[in-house]
Design a protein around this ligand. Structure first.
Ligand code: SAH
Length: 240
């Protein structure tokens, strides 16, 4: 089954862009996913093809018009989830990516300027999705980011199918660190355990490092991991 992506943007020429090369590009050629782009401007109704207007209440910038956005969404709506890239959404997670990949695809709305007239979220079943707590100039890179995360999980896309499961976030933890040859480089050696051939020891070391690195680098993930596994990993240290 092909994962069908429809991207609504003012810059359809940006696509497939990064997604046209390497793993995603090959998957596109092989039909693991398909890409349709629509220019939001084609859904403007006046002779100047206006897509934006000044913010109600005043202030800087321009706001994408809800009537134009609705027409663009309605032109592709077919039951696939509709997502609008927006810093005001919940931050994308690997769990959300897994959810999307289990479906038939996604309709993705890319913002520009100050973003969308808020009424689009009331009038249509469109979910705001953020890619992190920083501001980009448009939703196109976030859309590509989301699609890249989905595409690599599609059946047959990743070489070794197993490499998906152990990765960072899949178990609610960061993945363990990796090493490869040379064994010694600038005076630093690969940890002895990884060269021991003792698979049980290696597995224990990896699990330990995954837990330790998560606890130190991502206390937020570590706390959530504890809640899910019914333990309190950082014990009395936990803030809430
Ligand atoms: N004024 C808005 C930011 C607009 S940035 C605010 O402060 O919330 C313009 C567009 O870029 C947005 O509509 C969105 O589509 C995209 N964008 C910027 N940062 C993003 C992020 N962190 N996640 C997802 N989309 C983002």
């Amino acid at each position: 089954m092909t994962f069908r992506a429809s991207v609504l943007t003012l810059y359809p020429d940006m696509f497939p862009g990064l997604l046209g090369t390497s793993l995603a590009g090959r998957a596109l050629e092989e039909g693991a996913w398909s890409l349709e782009t629509k220019n939001i401007r084609d859904f403007a109704t006046d002779k100047h093809r206006t897509v934006d207007d000044t913010p109600a209440g005043g202030g800087a910038g321009m706001v994408l018009k809800c009537d134009v956005l609705a027409a663009a969404l309605d032109s592709v709506a077919d039951g696939r989830p509709m997502l609008a890239m927006s810093p005001r959404g919940k931050t994308l997670t690997q769990a959300k990516v897994r959810d999307l990949v289990a479906g038939e695809g996604a309709i993705i709305l890319c913002g520009r300027f100050e973003g969308f007239d808020e009424r689009i979220f009331e009038a249509r079943d469109v979910e705001p999705v953020s890619v992190g707590d920083y501001i980009l100039s448009g939703g196109e890179i976030p859309a590509m980011l989301l699609l890249d995360a989905c595409i690599r999980l599609l059946p047959g896309v990743m070489g070794a199918a197993s490499s998906g499961e152990e990765e960072s976030f899949e178990q609610g933890l960061l993945e363990y660190p990796h090493y490869t040859r040379p064994v010694e480089w600038e005076g630093r050696t690969i940890p002895e355990v990884l060269r021991s051939g003792d698979h049980a020891r290696i597995a224990r070391w990896r699990e330990e490092r995954a837990r330790e690195d998560t606890r130190l680098r991502r206390p937020d993930l570590w706390d959530a991991h504890g809640e899910r596994s019914g333990q309190s990993p950082s014990g009395a240290q936990r803030k809430k």
